[in-house]
Design a protein around this ligand. Structure first.
Ligand code: PMP
Length: 343
């Protein structure tokens, strides 16, 4: 029996998301935080593993709402923001427009769900090409636009006025994916939520120390939340993740400290990398740095030989690699190896 023949064409043409578990000594490839909170996890005694989780994740939602200064009815939780990208695409449909290069799941999910993809290249400064986006918006009328700001893997924020122009021109939903916003030192698009009903802000706890919990959330008009909630799988947030996140969110100071440490290391890394001959790091507002190098595949392999795993983004942006900011000693080992390899 030829199973391939049974698969829908749009799925059969897909390639699975590239997330392998590559053994290494220093892990700087996946934009996680190097700081965990294991010692803070006191799971409640009353947590009954034999019962389904709270389907609304009420306590967690209340804590997030308080943290963000929004109402609970403005929030929908996902098993990672990946799941929310899927829910949004299922709910609103395409065409789905996003700039490239960007986070690959927008394209993978659109294709898996059989939606048309519109990919608009970024300009030379990795900012949005407003003219090209607006022209595609007029012509193709996308049901959904994804803008990751700061953008993965380029690391920059898109200009606020360009994003606003796109939100205003779009008759569909515009998602500003703020996965890396805590590192940006810029104001969140949350402040525009009251002005534009088609605006959705997406966030995640994955980059600030809780990647294992798989917790993403979107903030939007309650009517949008209500519609997307219809396609949400029941019990999508498990009890252990709900309880663990509630505990960690109680200590906002500690969360902020770990973000501050990463930002300070990022700025130190940028300065150091600027001083390495043959390396061109790009400015970053995220917890990673994209850099250009003459022999990206060779440098990637040589680092891995030294036990240091980073992300090879050469297939997305010619000549570029992406390194996640780790702890100071991990970053030091990376810099030292990079200097040695490129000298
Ligand atoms: N958005 C962006 C821009 C990302 O880079 C990532 C993770 N690589 C995600 C969303 C997904 O995050 P998660 O599913 O862990 O919440």
């Amino acid at each position: 029996m030829n199973i391939k023949k049974l698969v829908k064409k749009n799925v059969s043409l897909l390639r699975a998301y590239n997330a392998k578990d590559i053994p290494c000594r220093i892990k700087l490839d996946a934009n996680e935080s190097p700081y965990g909170f294991n010692d803070e996890l006191k799971l409640p005694d009353g947590l009954d593993i034999n019962r389904y989780p709270d389907p609304e994740a009420g306590i967690l939602k209340k804590s997030l709402a308080k943290n963000l200064g929004v109402k609970q009815e403005n929030i929908l939780l996902g098993n990672g923001s990946d799941e929310l990208i899927s829910y949004l695409t299922t709910t609103f449909g395409g065409p789905v427009l996003y700039p490239v290069p960007t986070f690959s799941m927008y394209g993978i999910i659109s294709q898996a769900l059989g939606e048309k993809k519109i990919e608009i290249p970024l300009d030379d400064n990795f900012d949005l090409d407003t003219k090209a986006v607006l022209s595609a918006v007029r012509k193709e009328k996308p049901g959904l636009i994804f803008l990751s700001s700061p953008n993965n893997p380029t690391g920059n924020c898109f200009s606020t006025d360009r994003i606003l122009k796109i939100i205003k021109a779009s008759k569909g939903i515009v998602v500003v994916d703020e996965a890396y916003q805590p590192f940006a030192g810029e104001k969140s698009f949350l402040r525009f939520l009251g002005d534009y009903r088609n605006l959705v802000i997406m966030r995640t706890l994955s980059k600030i120390g809780l990647a294992a919990l798989r917790l993403g959330f979107m903030i939007a008009d309650p009517e949008i939340i209500g519609e997307v909630n219809k396609v949400r799988l029941p019990f999508n947030i498990n009890s252990l993740s709900q309880a663990a996140a509630v505990e960690v969110l109680k200590n906002k100071k500690r969360l902020n400290t770990s973000v501050r440490r990463i930002v300070s290391e990022r700025n130190r890394m940028l300065k150091q990398m600027e001083g390495i001959k043959g390396i061109r790091p790009f400015q970053s507002k995220a917890n990673f740095i994209l850099f250009r190098v003459a022999n990206p595949d060779g440098v990637y392999r040589a680092l891995l030989k030294n036990g240091i795993l980073i992300r090879n983004t050469h297939y997305m942006i010619k000549g570029c690699l992406r390194v996640t900011i780790g702890k100071p000693d991990e970053n030091g080992a990376f810099l030292e190896a990079l200097r040695r390899i490129t000298s």
